[in-house]
Ligand binder design. Structure first.
Ligand SMILES: [Zn+2]
Length: 233
């Protein structure tokens, strides 16, 4: 199955202005009243990604081909507080995944509500490269079944480490296999690895605390436009 692998740059392209797809940094145009607060420690969360649907999310996965969604922008946040809250959990308000309409966003960056909010490295998505998942189509369903994932998947189906941040196709699970997978109608949209290859950086960028070496997974229900995120190792 086809995936798209993001090309990442630290430097914002000169041609890009306003709202643009990115990981980390400060959100563009988000009303401060909508900035999510961690339910465990009460601190303002950190932006993990701000991704307009029309900038590739409408090409693969559950949002594909739904032109009426093209004005939406996916926002991902997680707690990076010093107390290390249970940010990997999708259900307790220690992370947040939600869509907003472009019309709900203002002009300019939104400053963090608190000086203690950790700002993750700002990485611009400057393009998407097509990639064929090494999982055969007949195993696409099995990839979310913990038992089959353990028994049916072989080393030649491993993803390159640089391709563990991707959109669409099948999820590539970390060493512990599929965990916390939401039930239908939620479907896999994308994942973001802790370690990111960046075109204009000398070394891979370590991106936030994803349990020190985990991967963040995002699933969406395209009908109700609910999104959920969790982090696995
Ligand atoms: Zn917290």
């Amino acid at each position: 199955m086809r995936s798209l692998i993001p090309t990442l740059h630290v430097t914002r392209p000169a041609t890009s202005t306003g709202l643009a797809p990115k990981l980390g940094g400060l959100p563009w145009g988000l009303s401060t009243s909508l900035w999510p607060v961690c339910k465990e420690c009460g601190q303002a969360m950190s932006l993990v990604a701000q991704l307009p649907v029309r900038d590739a999310l409408d090409q693969l996965g559950p949002l594909a081909g739904q032109s009426e969604l093209s004005d939406l922008v996916l926002h991902l946040f997680k707690c990076e507080g010093e107390d290390v809250c249970s940010f990997w959990n999708p259900d307790i308000g220690t992370n947040a995944a939600f869509f907003l309409s472009r019309n709900d966003l203002r002009e300019g960056y939104t400053a963090a509500p608190e000086s203690t909010t950790e700002i993750l490295p700002e990485l611009w998505v400057t393009g998407w490269k097509p990639f064929e998942d090494p999982v055969p189509p007949e195993l696409a369903e099995a990839v979310n079944d913990p038992i089959r994932w353990l028994n049916d998947f072989t080393d030649d189906m491993l993803f390159p480490a640089t391709h563990r941040t991707k959109l669409g196709g099948v999820p590539w699970w970390t060493g512990n296999g599929p965990q916390q997978v939401p039930n239908a109608p939620f479907a896999y949209l994308l994942q973001i690895d802790q370690f990111l290859e960046v075109e204009d950086a000398e070394h891979d960028v370590s991106f936030g605390n994803f349990c020190s070496d985990g991967t963040c997974y995002v699933f969406v229900d395209a009908e109700s436009l609910r999104a959920t995120m969790f982090i696995n190792r």
